[in-house]
Design a protein around this ligand. Sequence first.
Ligand SMILES: [Zn+2]
Length: 84
Amino acid sequence: MEALKCKDVIVEFLADYLDRTLPPELTEEVERHLRGCAACMAYLNTYRRTRDLVGRHAAQGGMPDEMKGLLRRFMVERMARQAP
Ligand SMILES: [Zn+2]
């Protein structure tokens, strides 16, 4: 499998990774990328913090889809701005 790009990690896999619904081989790929990528680690931490915050207020755990979409768009936009 080809190495993941930041966009792949953030757009495709991050939410599932945190929900632990990614297949093991993809989890491994994401973790490998995260270890070598400070930018994605920062996004991961932001995502996790936001989700925890939301989770505390939500009746049942988990992030509402609306919030997921919002956060994802925020990340993609930031990523686009940082791209060379
Ligand atoms: Zn990255």
